[in-house]
Design a protein around this ligand. Sequence first.
Ligand code: BTN
Length: 324
Amino acid sequence: MLEKILEILYQNQNKHILPDEIASTLGINENEVKKAIQTLEDDGYTLEFTPNSGYKLKKSPNLLLPYEIKNNLETDYIGHEIYYFEEVDSTNNVAKKLAEDGAAEGTIVIAETQTRGRGRRGKTWLSPTGGVWMSIILRPNIPPAEAPQLTLMTGVAAAETLKEECGLNVGIKWPNDILIGSKKVCGILTEANAKFSTLDYVVVGIGIDANVDPEIFPSEVRKGATSLKMELNKEIKGPLLVQKFLKRFESTYNSFKEGNFPEILNEWRKLSKTIGSDVEVRKQLGKVVKGEAIGITQNGALILELEDGSLRKVISGECLHVKK
Ligand code: BTN
């Protein structure tokens, strides 16, 4: 109901609209309209009201509220079920619990801030307000070994969204960091759960530093981070960015399910800033592999040409681009 009322208010943004007009359009009574308006005001919307002409929307709070995201969302199933939190430990944690309890494919969990956001390789993911911290529950019918492909697929969807919708020159650093220049703006954490060698569910977590001010990060994070607001010099509309991302994500994921991963991987290659670069990959136990990144395998492993000319596949690790 809230999303329908919001839609009417957005459609009439330059004029007032009477509560009984809203009520009759939606087939509800005026009291229900007033209650919904009160909820909107409690959520931070500013409305003007005059008894003669009714309500006029003056200001939206730019929060990732489900009814904002669902209003005119152009997807068939991704984001149709939304769990929203002002604050949560980690959206991936919540999504995993929901998936265990049988949540449908496409369900998303989204938060304004995370108190224990998780990054890859056990790192902390700082998640202040202004960012998009979101997890998507998927149930693809693929062998568990292919789950890492979903990370690459999500990277392509995220990079293309930022490129097309924000006009930014983004690239991907292997395996899944979305960069603007050499600074990270978005990270992806995929967590899969398999039962008896079949995949039960996958949770894809995406963190976008949208309206975050990197100045608030500790210096070691700050020097490698940027945000959309910083790059564009203006605040971006969070719910709109989420809608655009979900739409692109759904079409890329549908294509993935139809067996088009090789084509998606080609898109990844085009967006990659790693292929063709000299890299250092830091693996566990302090091991470092150095070489030129020359390609990526179907399973997402990076192919390095080492100094002695031999080839080496690296499955996981932290990749640094080093200057030639
Ligand atoms: C990385 O680059 O290290 C991955 C970062 C992933 C962060 C997102 S934010 C939403 C979801 N919830 C989490 O705790 N992590 C992911």
